[in-house]
Design a protein around this ligand. Structure first.
Ligand SMILES: [Zn+2]
Length: 337
């Protein structure tokens, strides 16, 4: 069933995430939700997606097959991006990249904890690679390979490869379960399922800061690093991901660059979003305090604007140009938490 006011989109907007690319949806409902947002029938982020992933069961046996699949995604799903994962051997993966280039679609993928696979993705011309490269530190050869091939590297530190999942740090060191804003936009059974149990690790066991530093080395070498939160905890966890990326040597501006304009480049929407410029969509996050002074201030949100409409971030009531309250969501006011 397609519901009005789809809470994951609302949670993201409430936390200032005004655009995103879902790299691999499990169903095609996402396209209906995207249409509802674009038609102005529902508040939401710019919910670009790859649609369902392309796996080995897509049965691509040649470049011609791959072209047919890419065309189906581009023309019928209206996607600019596809996720190709476990599609077959290297030749098959190269055929997908070639077909994507021919059709004009951006192929992204992931390395599944396999460094050599990550490297071939860069060499073979994938547009993006999600999940972190599992080996740290990365030396200049890999930094340069990532930078010069132009692959978008989105480490998703919340689900760290090669170390404890970074999300555990936030589940054990903060209290999202009792957070009023979290509970306003997320059904409480979802909150409970994510927050009532977490694994605890000593701080030095986490690898996310070292992985983040290697990502920043790629950015400093001229590569594109993005921020992606893997759908772990809609809205708030995007900030956790930014804070992890910025937890080592990155300056706040380097992290903010990854979260804005470089992310827009990685998903192929740099002409529309990612910076404040004439001709781009009027999406803004207005903060109470300066994230360049302390990156944690990214969550100190005052207002969010999407498509030129200004919202109270705590309620998503529209304040300008119309005054329009967001209707109650089905899970709100359902008693004790
Ligand atoms: Zn609870």
């Amino acid at each position: 069933m397609i519901e009005d006011n789809f809470w994951p989109f609302l949670a993201n907007v409430a936390y200032g995430v005004t655009s995103g690319l879902d790299v691999q949806t499990s169903s095609t409902d996402i396209f209906a939700y995207q249409d509802m947002v674009e038609a102005g029938r529902m508040i939401g982020m710019r919910a670009w997606s790859t649609g369902p992933g392309v796996f080995s069961d897509t049965a691509i046996k040649s470049k011609e097959d791959a072209v047919k699949v890419m065309k189906r995604y581009k023309d019928h799903y209206r996607t600019k991006n596809i996720k190709a994962y476990i599609t077959g051997n290297r030749k098959r993966r190269q055929q997908i990249v070639q077909a994507a280039k021919e059709v004009g679609i951006m192929p992204t993928t992931e390395g599944g904890l396999d460094m050599k696979l990550d490297l071939t993705h860069m060499i073979d011309g994938f547009a993006g690679n999600e999940h972190n490269i599992p080996i740290i530190p990365l030396y200049r050869d890999v930094q340069q390979l990532a930078a010069q091939t132009g692959i978008g590297y989105t480490p998703t530190l919340l689900v760290t490869y090669g170390g404890p999942f970074g999300e555990n740090y936030f589940f054990t060191n903060s209290n999202p379960h009792d957070d009023v804003k979290v509970n306003h936009f997320m059904p409480h059974n979802v909150v409970d399922a994510r927050t009532k149990r977490a694994q605890w690790f000593r701080d030095e066991e986490y690898a996310f800061t070292r992985i983040a530093d290697s990502a920043i080395d790629i950015q400093r070498a001229g590569g594109k690093v993005g921020v992606g939160s893997h759908g772990q905890f809609q809205g708030l966890a995007y900030h956790w991901e930014m804070w992890m990326l910025g937890s080592g040597k990155a300056t706040p501006m380097e992290t903010l660059k990854a979260a804005t304009i470089d992310g827009a480049h990685i998903i192929g929407h740099e002409q529309e979003v990612g910076s404040i410029e004439p001709g781009k969509f009027a999406d803004l996050v207005v903060l109470n305090s300066d994230p360049r002074a302390d990156l944690k201030n990214t969550a100190d949100i005052h207002r969010v604007m999407v498509n030129g409409r200004l919202y109270n971030d705590d309620t998503l009531d529209e304040e300008w140009p119309r005054q329009k309250a967001l209707p109650s969501l089905w899970f709100q006011d359902t008693g004790p938490k």
